[in-house]
Design a protein around this ligand. Structure first.
Ligand code: NDP
Ligand code: 2IT
Length: 445
């Protein structure tokens, strides 16, 4: 980054947010991509758009006390960062994982601004979460935690104000408990959360949306470069919501998924990972991926973080941030991988991205490639507003066309600013421009 102006903006962010490396990482990537745009648009600099964009509009931190099954009081910390509302109500998921601290929620909220802008739908950026670990907790404990979390958060959210949803550790079960508590406190049945159950305002295809959307985006990127999923070998990290439905769609498009993982290790099945078995282990039994060997004894299980050593054509990181480091990226290249598309948020380190770009790999950045989840949340909001539900095919078709349009915007923005084929720069510029124009038009606020 050469622009003194951008360096100054970054220096302020570093000073204001000490000890938050993930947030600094996310901001640095965006500012670097905006360099050519900033030269061409002095009006946006004049309007102070960047200085305002990197500072959250509101940050909420709160105590979440709940009683465990032994009658003991437990205390977690809850967060909601309402980052930017220039183009719509705050929107973004809730992450429940022991690693959660403010820097994680801030990076996710920041990314969400641009992602939501790319979807073409009117949604601002937010993120929330807690250091609560749902793993190993009973349904009753999870329910009491969720009720306590909403007992504070309810006053800060609303269907036209801020609409949370799922993320790591927050799925249909947790959203159900949160929705029930919100309805009870506010005495209103509104679309305040997305990812709801189908019997109380949820949208068909929301469960599948992030994974399906990732494959639709990847398909467009492959097509634009004369390739397709057909007969390609795919490796997917993670085995949660995003990974599962990415596997399903990639397989439907003709690929073979040979490896998946969880935080303990990865399975390698050269015959193609049996998705029904993964769904049973992860969605029903809530167990470790290692259990796959019980029903598939010819597959391999490896403890630890080695999934990127499995040779593949296409890599879909769908677990967590900074999952692919420089050495992993080099290994992927060495083994013939030519395409990385991100289902998780910020799964590749800056050094890994350098390796992808230096080797002319097709690289689909998270804020574009995984936007199908929040896009379908936007469609859930629309259905709630009109008090109507579309069929699975209708939602899926809308999701597909949104993902096509996201790829087209990234591609076009990259070309316009002289970075053809760099979809990361394209996503950052296209996502930024819509929000920046809105912020400028609304004056200094
Ligand atoms: P889930 O909780 O359903 O699954 C998460 C998966 O990632 C699990 O397999 C989990 O393994 C693994 N994982 C989580 N944390 C770590 C870690 N620290 N180290 C190694 N593995 C880890 O979450 P989702 O599938 O919903 O989310 C996955 C990613 O996709 C996240 O980055 C999320 O932000 C992003 N995303 C999610 C969207 C959604 O709609 N759900 C939308 C857009 C992006 P284990 O079970 O062992 O913890
Ligand atoms: O990172 C994400 O985009 C999500 N976790 C989904 C957010 C949403 O509001 O559906």
């Amino acid at each position: 980054m050469k622009s003194q102006y951008l360096l100054d903006v970054l220096a302020t962010v570093e000073k204001r947010n000490p000890g938050e490396p993930e947030f600094i990482q996310a901001v640095t990537e965006v500012l670097e991509s905006l360099e050519p745009l900033i030269e061409a648009r002095p009006d946006l600099v004049e309007a102070g758009v960047l200085e305002r964009l990197v500072e959250p509009e509101r940050q909420i931190i709160f105590r979440v006390p709940w009683v465990d099954d032994n009658g003991k009081v437990q205390v977690n910390r809850g967060y909601r960062i309402q980052f930017n509302s220039a183009i719509g109500p705050y929107k973004g998921g809730i992450r429940l994982h022991p690693s959660v601290y403010i820097g994680i929620i801030k990076f996710l909220g920041f990314e969400q601004i641009f992602k939501n802008s790319l979807t073409t739908l009117p949604m601002g950026g937010a993120k929330g979460g807690s250091d609560f670990d749902p793993k190993g907790k009973s349904d009753g404990e999870v329910m009491r935690f969720c009720q306590s979390f909403i007992t504070e958060l309810f006053r800060h959210i609303g269907a036209d104000c801020d609409v949370p949803a799922g993320d790591i550790g927050t799925g249909g079960r947790e959203i159900g408990y949160m929705f029930g508590q919100y309805k009870r406190l506010v005495n209103e049945f509104t679309g305040v959360l997305t990812g709801k159950g189908l019997s109380f305002g949820g949208s068909l295809a929301r469960t599948e949306a992030t994974g399906f959307g990732l494959c639709y985006f990847t398909e467009e990127m492959l097509k634009a470069n004369g390739k397709s999923f057909k007969d390609q070998t795919v490796v997917i990290s993670g085995s949660g919501n995003v990974a599962t439905y990415a596997n399903q769609k990639a397989t439907a498009l003709g690929a073979k998924v040979v490896a998946m993982s969880d935080s303990n290790g990865y399975i390698y099945d050269p015959n193609g990972v049996d998705l029904a078995a993964i769904k049973q282990i992860k969605e029903v039994d809530r167990k470790r991926i290692k259990e796959y060997l019980i029903t598939h004894p010819t597959a391999e299980y490896h403890e630890g973080h080695g999934i990127w050593s499995v040779p593949c054509d296409i890599a879909l990181p769908c677990a967590t941030q900074n999952d692919i480091g420089k050495a992993d990226a080099e290994l992927l290249v060495k083994n013939g991988c030519y395409c990385v598309a991100e289902g998780a948020n910020m799964p590749s380190t800056p050094e890994a991205i350098e390796v992808f770009l230096a080797n002319n790999m097709l690289y689909g950045p998270a804020k574009a490639a995984n936007a199908g989840g929040v896009a379908t949340s936007g469609l859930e909001m629309s259905q709630n507003s009109i008090r109507y539900g579309w069929s699975f095919e209708e939602v899926d078709q809308k999701l597909h066309s949104i993902m096509k349009s996201i790829f087209a915007s990234c591609d076009e923005a990259a070309r316009t600013y002289g970075m053809e084929g760099n979809y990361m720069a394209g996503a950052n510029i296209a996502g930024f421009l819509k929000v920046a124009e809105a912020m400028k038009a609304q004056g200094c606020c």
